[in-house]
Design a binder for this molecule. Structure first.
Ligand code: SAH
Length: 255
């Protein structure tokens, strides 16, 4: 069963024009491209990032958008592809308060492909988190807004809140798997990335209280590498943001 995606994000949100785009020439879209456009919940007049048949990125304005059809006007060609060549997945032990929203926003800007909140022995559960104020319903909106604002060509996938086991199961499908660990006897991120060319890279980030010894053992048993982010203890949101940014710098498009 595919993992439950709560925001309709992922590759299906890339708006592909299907023709070779020319600046100032309107393109009418339908079918799959039209479906991708719907994922952005755009308004007429809004500008989005799209790709043409040659794989070039464009900014395009929505001239018409109604039930029957949609017409886009490419008005600027992008010098660089808006999406990273490396697929970064961040598995984040659910933190408290507004921290997770900050993480969602910043990871979207940094260009990760997938974000998965999960429960660990020292994290809070989504129920605990939602007591009083039900904030989790805002998460998809935070990701969508950030994706538009930073002009991404794709909305990152936000998966449903995962149990510890389900998060490990998902993450272990990646061809390179790290967990950020502040204890000793770990690899530095630079060493861990040295010479690697993963298609899919999973990063696990612990909660405010860190991973437990049992969790450490379980992740090691799944061949996940404990990786350090330097000599200082970072807050969980800092670890997620800094870790994703360094990976994007070494392997991706942030340089
Ligand atoms: N156990 C710690 C704090 C955990 S920090 C304590 O309370 O003393 C929260 C999470 O951020 C950790 O689980 C880890 O995933 C990550 N993290 C923070 N600082 C880190 C560092 N220097 N190296 C690697 N990971 C770090």
């Amino acid at each position: 069963m595919p993992p439950a995606c709560v925001n309709g994000g992922g590759a299906a949100t890339r708006v592909q024009l299907g023709v070779s785009a020319q600046l100032g020439q309107p393109v009418s879209i339908e079918g799959v491209a039209r479906h991708a456009l719907d994922c952005w919940r755009p308004r007429r007049g809004e500008a989005l990032t799209v790709e043409d048949a040659a794989g070039r990125g464009f900014r395009a304005r929505i001239l018409e958008y109604d039930d029957a059809h949609a017409v886009l006007l490419p008005f600027e060609e992008l010098e660089r592809a808006p999406e990273s060549p490396v697929r970064i997945e961040v598995y984040q032990a659910l933190p408290q308060r507004e921290r997770f929203e900050l993480i969602l926003q910043k990871l979207t800007e940094i260009g990760v492909a997938r974000i998965v909140p999960f429960e660990s022995s020292r994290s809070i559960t989504q129920q605990e988190r939602d007591v009083g104020q039900k904030k989790s319903h805002r998460w998809p909106e935070v990701v969508l807004k950030a994706a538009k604002q930073c002009r991404r060509g794709m909305i990152p996938e936000l998966l449903a809140f995962h149990s510890w086991d389900a998060a490990l199961y998902e993450a272990h499908h990646a061809d390179l798997r790290f967990f950020f660990y502040e204890g000793s006897a770990t690899w530095s991120l630079r060493e861990a990335l040295n010479g690697e060319r993963p298609r899919r890279l999973a990063l696990m980030v612990g909660p405010e209280g860190g991973f437990s010894a049992d969790e450490f053992t379980e992740m090691r048993a799944l061949d996940m590498l404990p990786v350090s982010l330097g000599p200082r203890i970072l807050r969980t949101e800092t670890a997620a943001i800094v870790g994703a940014a360094i990976v994007q710098h070494v392997l991706g498009d942030l340089y």
